[in-house]
Design a protein around this ligand. Structure first.
Ligand SMILES: [Zn+2]
Length: 414
């Protein structure tokens, strides 16, 4: 077996292609394989698959392939062009690579595996390609995955996340039933969510059954103008509502701590109050038992906050409505301004707070997804190109079919 045949075996080169020459460079640690094809072969038109003879060849191109031991491997070939009666002079498809890629499909598949396991910097070191090339592979994998999507989720969650040191925002839409990120846009404006609805199209938007979100007017407005019967489909997410309550509680604490006596009592309790009573860490337990019974305003706000959580334990919407009335009465007479303010806000949006009892969805279904996004954000921190953040989240959290045009692990021949 000569070196050309060895390469044909190692790289699974199949007729009509064959290796005509191999060159190994010790200083550059690279192996270059030159491919040619048999004469007289008919090639399928990439558009209509009609079999046609070669009319000429395009200039030789080079593709990086999987390493051969310590050596980087490159494939060289001139791709034939055929004259299709319907499509004119056209280049046939190089079976080993997607159009315009400088890598073979199996190299890209390997790169995707590396990128799924580590960050871009490490992946580019492992693969021995530049960071730009790594991003290029990531970006193409995401575009490929998006193009392969055949449907949009019917129950979605909309969330905003801040990124970077200047607190810019992204709007994330994800599927609830099969938790994965479905879309990302910059900002958190009405247009940010409009873009999602426009992308999926009117037909898919009309199939949306429920949308979980924060009480954020731009998202509400966008959903109302794009989703039929949106009023009955929006569910204000309980975790966002509780976040507003926690912020009100913290405001009460801050105001109360201006008083010297209270200040002493409230020392180092900021995070204690944010826990739900059953999740309170042991280190707070003793202090909590004392302060809970005190006449601190903060303790009162805490009791109101904790009680609100019971709203979502109600069995029916009717039950929840009567619970709400009592709770609202308590909160609105609490003489705690921040609490009253949040209570009013919830009241204004009550219809779609209680729609929870129809749809039973929350943004927390995607909790695992959120921590994954946070990890990607951490990894992507400091990237000068903000589109990279979008790409990286879709790559890791989009549940996309990222691999190039063949089924992974299938033996691919050239
Ligand atoms: Zn054709």
């Amino acid at each position: 077996m000569d070196d050309r045949e060895i390469c044909e075996h190692l790289y699974n080169v199949k007729r009509p292609w064959f290796v005509s020459r191999v060159s190994v460079s010790d200083d550059g640690k690279r192996v270059d394989m030159y491919l040619e094809h048999e004469r007289g072969v008919k090639w399928p038109c990439p558009l209509c698959e009609k079999l046609l003879s070669v009319s000429d060849h395009v200039k030789e191109r080079v593709w990086r392939d999987l390493d051969s031991g310590l050596y980087k491997a490159y494939i060289h070939a001139s791709i034939p062009r055929i004259g299709c009666p319907d499509h004119g002079k056209i280049q046939v498809k190089a079976e080993w690579s997607e159009k315009s890629s400088r890598f073979t499909e199996r190299f890209e598949a390997h790169a995707i595996d590396a990128l799924l396991s580590t960050d871009t910097t490490n992946a580019s070191k492992i693969l021995r390609i530049s960071r730009d090339q790594t991003w290029n592979i990531t970006d193409r994998a995401v575009k490929r995955g998006i193009a392969r999507k055949t449907s949009s989720p019917e129950r979605i969650g909309v969330d905003e996340k801040s990124y970077g040191k200047y607190h810019h925002y992204i709007t994330i839409v994800y599927g609830i039933d099969n938790p994965s990120v479905d879309n990302i846009e910059f900002d958190r404006k009405k247009e940010s969510l409009d873009k999602y609805y426009e992308k999926i199209g009117k037909d898919a938007a009309s199939k949306i059954e429920a949308v979980s979100m924060d009480m954020w007017d731009p998202f509400i407005a966008s959903t109302k103008s794009n989703v039929t019967d949106a009023e009955s489909k929006i569910v204000f997410d309980r975790f966002h509502i509780m976040k507003h309550m926690n912020m009100a509680l913290d405001d009460v604490r801050k105001i109360e701590a201006r008083n010297a006596d209270a200040k002493e009592l409230l020392k180092k309790t900021k995070y204690m109050w944010l826990y739900s009573s059953e999740n309170l860490p042991d280190r707070y337990r003793e202090k909590y038992e004392i302060l809970k019974e005190s006449d601190l305003k903060t303790a009162r706000a805490y009791a109101i906050k904790e009680n609100l959580r019971n709203l979502w334990q109600c069995g029916t919407e009717d039950e929840a409505r009567s619970f709400w009335k009592k709770w609202y009465n308590w909160a609105s007479h609490s003489r705690l301004e921040p609490v009253k303010k949040v209570a009013k806000m919830i009241r204004n949006y009550l219809y779609d707070v209680l729609s929870y009892f129809k749809h039973h969805i929350t943004n927390a279904i995607a909790e695992g997804l959120n921590s994954k996004i946070a990890t990607v954000q951490k990894m992507a921190y400091g990237y000068s190109n903000k589109d990279h953040l979008k790409t990286a989240i879709c790559f890791h959290c989009g549940n996309l079919q990222l691999y190039p045009g063949y089924i992974k692990n299938k033996e691919v021949s050239i």
